[in-house]
Design a protein around this ligand. Sequence first.
Ligand SMILES: Cc1cc2nc3c(=O)[nH]c(=O)nc-3n(C[C@H](O)[C@H](O)[C@H](O)COP(=O)(O)OP(=O)(O)OC[C@H]3O[C@@H](n4cnc5c(N)ncnc54)[C@H](O)[C@@H]3O)c2cc1C
Length: 271
Amino acid sequence: MENPYAPIPAVLDEVVDETPTIKTFVLSPKQPVEFQAGQFVQITVPGLGEAPFTPSSSPYEKGFLEVTVLRTGRVTDAMHELKPGATLGVRGPFGKGYPLDQCEGKEVLVVGGGVGLAPLRSLIYALLGQLDRVKRVAIKYGAREPDELLYRSFHGEWGGQEKVDIDTTVDVARNGWAGKVGVVTTLMDDMDIDVSNSLCISCGPAVMLKFVTLKALEVGYQPEQIYLSMNRRMSCGMGLCGRCNVGPYYLCKDGPDMCFAKIKDFPGVFS
Ligand SMILES: Cc1cc2nc3c(=O)[nH]c(=O)nc-3n(C[C@H](O)[C@H](O)[C@H](O)COP(=O)(O)OP(=O)(O)OC[C@H]3O[C@@H](n4cnc5c(N)ncnc54)[C@H](O)[C@@H]3O)c2cc1C
């Protein structure tokens, strides 16, 4: 990165309507932006500002970059109004990636809630690209309602791979939903997972991360085996501005994916 504050121009090639509130933006940066699954970028909407997003595309894909964005405020509202051909800015990547090296030989439990499946999709792609190195990938995913389930068209493809299974649930059943109903932690009851040889990696709203962590501990995971995507307010992305600290850690630099053992004793982990 030459000047880490200077965004690289990126042309918006495609906008994919994922759910009523979530869109995926397919970007072609003018210079390649290579990232590890779990690292994040700052996306600039010219004249408005920037916001952090973890790419949802495969880290093996060098030609384009995808971010999947929930409409929630100023920057994300503006992004949702964009049409292909617009130019955005990309800074990064920042932070550390998911602990892929630690997944070696393990059963990887991936737990996502809502738009939290977006960052996890880059992890899923990374794991699918090295399935020979893991024992299993078990994906548990929950959304508020069936229409808000992200990447539904990919679920069958992922779950159809040897060693990969996906289980989904919704908080409220609508529109003829015949699947499971309940919060995502209900999918962690009665799991046939060898917890002693497993990592639990989770991304979603803070309240969900709290209950996923409590459930993971209840079923026998040790704090060292739990990783949480701490996707909270960040600004500089480089550990300078101090907006994202938990204890001595800068989530933008030391995370955003943090081992629970490292942060569990500090205030504000789940707020
Ligand atoms: C490392 C990282 C990765 C992220 N990856 C993704 C992603 O892949 N997809 C995605 O949709 N979002 C992601 N986010 C969250 C995203 O950055 C925020 O939704 C965005 O910054 C909101 O900007 P805004 O200007 O649209 O909203 P604002 O106008 O700033 O705020 C609107 C509302 O959203 C709340 N808000 C703002 N930021 C966050 C946040 N980080 N978490 C929860 N609530 C927030 C505010 O409190 C307010 O209620 C990520 C955040 C981080 C730090």
